[in-house]
Structures are given as C-alpha cells and as structure tokens.
Design a protein around this ligand. Structure first.
Ligand code: ANZ
Length: 784
C-alpha cells in the first residue's frame, strides 16, 4: 500500500516509476503445505499466487504486471544458479563438514534463525546438532564492507544497529597461556588485554579442542559428565547474562600467562562458546559481568586492576590501570584503559607475546537444505570433485518426482531420482538452496525480467539502481537484508551492478494486528470476553460502560487462523469498497507502528469518501472558475500539507489534510474548478477508484493517474497568514502563524497548545483575555 501511494505520487510528479510485484515461493512453508495437502508445491504455489494477485488487483495497486516474476520460475532460478556459479568461481562457496541443526521430524537442516529454544520455528519439532557435509557461503569475507557501507544508506538507525550487532565486529588480541604440567598452549581471545593482570582463572569451552590433553586424571570423570550436559544446551541458553547460574568444572590444570608470568587454574564452563574467538577465555571477574558471576559462585579471587565503579559488581568502564606488575617489560600503571589497550597490543606484537586480532560474530552462511522445493545447485561431482555446470546449460531444472518428502536419511528427496542424479560427467549435487537465495537479487530482475542473456542489462541497471524505496517488515531487519547486501556486493565485484548498496531507503511497515479483544475477570475469577460495544475509555483505563469500576483488559493479537481474528480483505472490499480499505489502512496511524484492526474505522473512512463524492452533487457545483482568496488559501494549504506528508510517508496526516479540505469545501456555496480538480487529483493517490470517477464527473476524459500533481503556490498562504503575538500577563511567550481573520476561540486554543505558553497557564485561573484579531492574544492569569 505504501509503495503504491508513493509510486502514484512520483508518477504524477513526472518521474519514471518502476513498481513491480513478484513471488518468493521456494522454501519450507510451501513444501510443508504441499506435504500436508498432498499436492505438488508448484500447484499450491500457483494457486496461492493467483489468489494474492487478484486481491492486490482489487485493491487497485498500480503494479507493472508485465514484470511479474516468481523465484520458482525456471527462467528466474536459472540466474540464481548463475550467481551461485560466480560465488563458486570466486571461492565464496565451499563445502564443509559442519555441525548443523538437524531436525529429524522435518528431515532437514535448519538455519540458526529457524531454531527457537531448541525446537524448529515451524512445527516446533526437536532439533539436534550433527555434523554434515554442507555448502557454505563466505559472507564473513564481506563483514567489513557490510559494516562500513551501512553509512551510505538511509535506513532506520535501529535496523542499522541490528545489522551491526549481527556482524559483531570486535577488536582485541590473542595471548598465550601454557599449562604447567605438560606445556600445552591455551590461546585466549580478549577485547580487554589491559586487564590481564586481573586474570584469576582461564575458561575453555566444553568443545575446546585440547581439553582431553590438559585435564587431570582426578578431574576427568567430572569434566566428561559436564561436557555431555553442555552439548544439550543452545548457545543462547549458555551465554545469557544472569539467566541461569553459571556452571563449570575445574580441569585440574594450571596455566602460566606469558605476559605476567602468573599461574592460574583452568576451568571448563559452558558460558564460553566453542565457535567464537579461540574457544578459550582469560577470566577477569573484576571487570566482566559473566566472569564476576562465575567467580562469585566458585569462590575464585576477584582482583581489581582498573580503578572505578563500585564494590560488589564488575566494573566494565574506563579508568586508570592499577596494580600493573612491575616485573613486566612494560609499565601501564596510571594509564587510562583504552590507551593502555593500544600500548599493550603494540607491545605484544613487538615482543611476539601476542597478536592483534579482529573477531566477528558473523558466521559463514549455511547454504544448503535437504529439501525438494528449492533451487538445485549447478554442481556435478566428477570423481568427488565439485564442478560447475557450464552457464549455457543452465538452468539445472528440478526434476518431477513422485515423492517430494525428505528421504529421511538426511539426504534430499532428489537423491532418489537416479535418472536425474547421474549425468555423463558425474553425479549431481542433490541438496537445494535455502529459501533466502531467490530473494537475494529479485530487485535486479524486475528491471529486466525477460533478459535471456544476462541477469540484468547493464544500461538498465545503471538507469534504475539503487532501489529508491524498499518497504518491508521488521522481520527482515537482519537476515534477508544482510544476505541481499552480500550478494549485491559480490555482483558489484563481478561488474554486474554499479552500486555498492542495493536499497537506498528502507522503511519498516508496522504489522496490523487483529481487532482488539476485551475481557474482564468475573466473580469466580474466570476471564470472560466482553464486546467492544460494552466498553469505554476513561483516561488511560478501559472500563465497562455499565459499571465504570470494572477494569477491562484490552489486548490485540497477531492475526492468525487459530485465533479466528484474520480479516479477509475481499470481505471488507465487498462491503466498503477498496478505497475505504486503502484509506483506512493508511489512516490507522504512523506507517511504522504496530496497530490493531478496527472494522469501525473502515466504515468511517467510507463515510469520508462519500462526503468527498457529494462535493460534486447539487447545482451549486458549477465547478467552474477561480476561487476566492479564502478558497485559494485552503486549497494551497492542502496541497502543501498533502505533498509534504505524502513524501515523508506520513500518510495518516496527509489523509487528515484531505479531510479538512472536505470539511471546508462542504461549506462553500460555489466550488471552484481549480480547487476541486486539484483536490481530486491528490485524493487519487489514496483512493484511485473514487477519484477517477469524480474526475470523469467533472468532465475530464484522461486518466487522472497520469495528470500532473497540483502545484503549490506559496503566495496564497503567505499573503493570508498573520503572525499573532501571545502574551501571558503582558509578557511575550510565543508567536503563532494563523490564517487571516481566524476567530478568537481557535487562536486561543492554538496559543494554549504551545509548550512555552502552557508552562505559565497550566493550573492557573485565566481571569481575562484580550484579543486583537490578526495581531495579539494576552492571557491574564492568577493562582487558583
Ligand atoms: C578478558 C576480558 C576482560 C574480557 C574484561 C572482557 C572484559 P566480544 O568479542 O566483544 O563479544 N570471550 C572471548 N571468547 C569467548 C567465547 N568463545 N565465549 C564467550 N566469551 C568469550 O567479547 C570478547 C570478550 O568476550 C573477550 O574479552 C572474552 O572476555 C570473552 F574486563 O577477555 B574478555
């Protein structure tokens, strides 16, 4: 909806607009649905696409259907495979045996994001870790560029921050410790090397490679039991600060620090993760919250080495280094921590006692799935070596299969289609790409959807890219956007695209929730539903109309079939019309906000549109000639506000301005053509069906959608606006710009809304007011 309004506005402003629609239809949901209903995913996908398309058409969305595409079209995924081939050639796609989230019930590997608290996001089935051969994409190679180029885009700061956190770049050092018993090296990664004098123990992750070598005989059994238990926890459970108590076991080993020369015990604990840094940590309980918790639990020493903070808690802030060991070859006493870190890291490098190190939270992208309904890889194994299928032979088509259920062995159902698997040159890769693949580049294909020689023509790409406005849900804040940015940068390096970033401006649309549900707790302590008609708002509270003392719980939920609160647009359109629905959705509140649906609101919007329609009724609608000054002032104020608000995507306030125009124009005796045409033209981006009809009623024959956006003339507002001085007890507190001839009541009301005026009149008695039209208001107040 937002993009429809914007593209209608831009076209009327003379821009060449590309407003496409397509379907991202590979993936687990489509396949699961097909499995449940026993139909081929291609058939159910086609059916669903048909329904969506007809709904969108009924809503009057001005899409260029000539560019429609589906990521499941062979001619589309041919180029998805082509892009994979470029990734492969550049060494950005590789195979690895990695522990993956294996879901036995779904018979597939899931991405970390598809696993929530140890079960699959879809279906809620248990998920376990298991090593398997997988395709990986080296997104980590692009980590720095993915970070830096965020500065180039106009995105909400919150989304940029989520991407930064996901990439999770940190700067620190690796330092070695050596066990005293058998001289095994334990390398730790630390972002706070300057706290090294405060190390009271080391911790290695349960998965840490050398654990078996350092553990003492007495501690072996206890350590093994602990490692077994840890394997059953998710990373999130393990690292949450303060969640469960930190647990761990002493390994029996002691290790010496090669910077301070001091010896500390080595523990194994699952708050340290095997897959991050070196999997081993130097614990500084005085300056790290998790170490503090752990040391407190196990009675380990907590020496402070940075000054600041309070006793009884870890101090993670900046401060001067204290108690730096004098025997060390560098003296950092009194140096501020950040400066101490720089000097120490330089010294570590110089003396070979440690190395500077940058780490990322970002991991390479697990890029294969053991599913049927996805893009096949353009890969054939010749003697076990993966070889690209030549570009001219693409696409590698998905074969027709009798069963598209997972093979259950961990292999994709494609593995059972022997005639497809075996080729002259070798055997095909039977994994398929994950559902994110197709959506990584569709914005490019929309530019040139029929091109048979390239994913997109260079000239066209240069003309259209980057995408000026991308409106999407906040659920895509990290993954989809990160993956698409990654592919885009690879294509940039291949010379396929000319911009570093794909999406210049990004806006997150808030979800529409189901209608608010009301409930009360009855005498028996049971929750009872009540109807919206029986409740009213009292200040911040919702109460029963029949008894204002009874508090009502008001809650809106996500729309879902199981709750039965799904609103079907078709039904709403049948009753109120598409324009009422469009305007209502845009009028509900700011675009980014999550809002509950209210059928009553659509009815209100239908009434507004009827009032607009009636502006053309009756004989006083000569709809000819110019307006008088007052009418021109109202018109141009409306043009200014609707233009500004629409461009800023504040559609709700733009619609308010249109409503105010209708209120004013309803009172006019004659409705001048200039004003009515301009109004209808603006209404057209929000309510295109009604507006096109009104346009025709005014005798115009061309499409309103193609008529230029009305021009704002400042002079009408300028000449007519007056500056009114607001005084409280004779002192100037504010200045207001008001329409010439504005009445006393309206001006006083506006004056009282000014914060600088409010301050002096709130809680006071207004004893007198002096009003000079177009010039002055003076409020005389005294204490109550
Ligand atoms: C000593 C220290 C002292 C640390 C201090 C912090 C504060 P980033 O990269 O910002 O997330 N760490 C290192 N590897 C880890 C692992 N595999 N699992 C859990 N924690 C790990 O944070 C890096 C810091 O997290 C490192 O710096 C290390 O603790 C810990 F006052 O070393 B620090």
């Amino acid at each position: 909806m937002a993009t429809d309004i914007m593209s209608r506005l831009r076209r009327k402003q003379g821009y060449n607009v590309l407003h496409p629609m397509g379907w991202d239809a590979f993936g687990l949901p489509a396949e699961q649905y097909a499995l449940q209903t026993g139909t081929h995913p291609r058939d159910t996908t086609t059916q669903n696409v048909g329904r969506f398309r007809s709904q969108l058409t009924r809503l009057g969305f001005g899409y260029d259907w000539g560019r429609e595409l589906s990521t499941t079209d062979e001619e589309y995924y041919r180029w998805t495979q082509w892009i994979f081939a470029r990734l492969f050639e550049r060494g950005l796609a590789y195979q690895a045996n990695v522990p993956v989230n294996w879901c036995p019930a779904l018979g597939t590997v899931l991405a970390n994001e598809e696993v929530v608290d140890g079960v699959s996001e879809r279906g809620g089935y248990p998920v376990e870790r298991r090593p398997m051969r997988q395709w990986m994409l080296r997104i980590t190679e692009y980590a720095d560029r993915l970070l830096e180029d965020l500065d180039e885009v106009e995105w909400p700061e919150s989304i940029k921050e989520m991407q930064r956190n996901w990439i999770g770049r940190s700067e620190g050092a690796e330092v070695d410790f050596v066990t005293t018993e058998n001289e095994r090296k334990i390398t730790v990664y630390t972002t706070r090397p300057e706290t090294i004098a405060g190390v009271s123990y080391l911790v290695v992750a349960p998965e840490w490679d050398g654990l078996g070598d350092i553990v003492s005989d007495e501690q072996r059994q206890e350590v093994e039991d602990y490692v077994d238990k840890a394997a059953r926890k998710s990373d999130r459970e393990r690292t949450a600060e303060g969640a469960d108590e930190k647990t761990g076991v002493f390994t029996g080993a002691m290790a010496r620090c090669n910077v301070t020369g001091r010896t500390v015990p080595v523990w194994v604990a699952d708050y340290v993760l095997g897959g991050y840094g070196t999997g081993a940590v130097m614990a500084v309980p005085a300056h790290d919250a998790r170490d503090f918790e752990f040391a407190s639990t196990y009675g380990l020493p907590i020496p402070r080495v940075i000054e600041g903070g309070e006793e009884g808690a870890a101090f993670a802030g900046e401060g001067p280094v204290v108690d730096w060991p004098s025997e060390c070859g560098i003296d950092l006493n009194g140096v501020t921590s950040s400066e101490a870190k720089n000097r120490l890291v330089a010294w570590l490098e110089e003396t070979g006692r440690g190395v500077k190190k940058v780490n990322y939270k970002l991991r390479d992208w697990l890029f294969s799935r053991q599913r049927y309904w996805g893009e096949p890889f353009p890969i054939v194994f010749e003697d076990g070596e993966p070889k690209l299928v030549p570009d001219e032979e693409l696409p590698v088509r998905l074969p027709e299969v009798s069963s598209y259920a997972p093979a259950g062995t961990g292999e994709s159902p494609l593995a059972t289609v022997e005639s497809w698997v075996n080729t002259e040159n070798g055997v095909r890769e039977t994994n398929t790409m994950p559902q994110w693949a197709g959506s990584c580049w569709y914005y490019l294909r929309f530019i040139d959807p029929k091109n048979v020689g390239a994913p997109v023509d260079k000239k066209l790409e240069e003309y259209w890219m980057p995408v000026d406005l991308y409106v999407g849900g906040v659920e895509h804040a990290v993954l989809h956007l990160l993956y698409a940015r990654f592919w885009h940068k690879v294509l940039y390096d291949c010379g396929v695209v000319s911009t570093k970033e794909p999406f210049k401006r990004l806006v997150n649309q808030g979800m529409i929730l189901g209608e608010t549900e009301y409930s009360v707790v009855n005498e028996n302590g049971e929750v009872e539903k009540v109807s919206a008609d029986d409740v009213e708002k009292k200040g911040d509270l919702v109460v029963l109309k029949s008894d204002n003392n009874v508090k009502v719980q008001a809650r809106a939920h996500k729309m879902s079939k199981s709750r039965g609160n799904v609103v079907n647009p078709d039904t709403v359109i049948d009753v109120y019309g598409a324009d009422a629905l469009r305007c209502y959705l845009m009028f509900m509140g700011p675009l980014e906000q999550v809002k509950p649906w209210q059928t009553g609101g659509v009815a209100g919007m239908a009434r507004f549109l009827s009032r607009a329609w009636r502006l053309l009724d009756g004989e006083n609608v000569s709809v000819e000639g110019d307006g008088n000054e007052e009418q021109m002032r109202v018109l141009h104020r409306t043009i200014r506000r609707v233009s500004e608000e629409t461009e800023a995507l504040r559609f709700n306030t733009a619609i308010s301005a249109l409503m105010e125009f209708v209120n004013a124009a309803t009172k006019w005796e004659k409705r001048p053509r200039v004003a009515m045409e301009a109004f209808v033209s603006m209404l057209g981006v929000y309510a295109p069906h009604v507006a096109e009809e009104m346009w025709e009623r005014m005798g115009r024959t061309e499409w309103l959608a193609h008529v230029a956006w009305p021009k704002y003339e400042e002079k009408w507002e300028k000449e007519m606006d007056k500056t009114v001085v607001v005084q409280v007890n004779g002192k100037v507190r504010a200045k207001l710009t008001v329409a010439a001839g504005e009445g006393e009541e309206a001006v006083v009301r506006m004056a009282m809304e000014q914060a600088t005026v409010k301050k002096y009149v709130d809680g006071m008695n207004i004893r007198k007011r002096i009003f000079v039209q177009d010039k002055l208001v003076n409020l005389v107040v005294s204490k109550k």
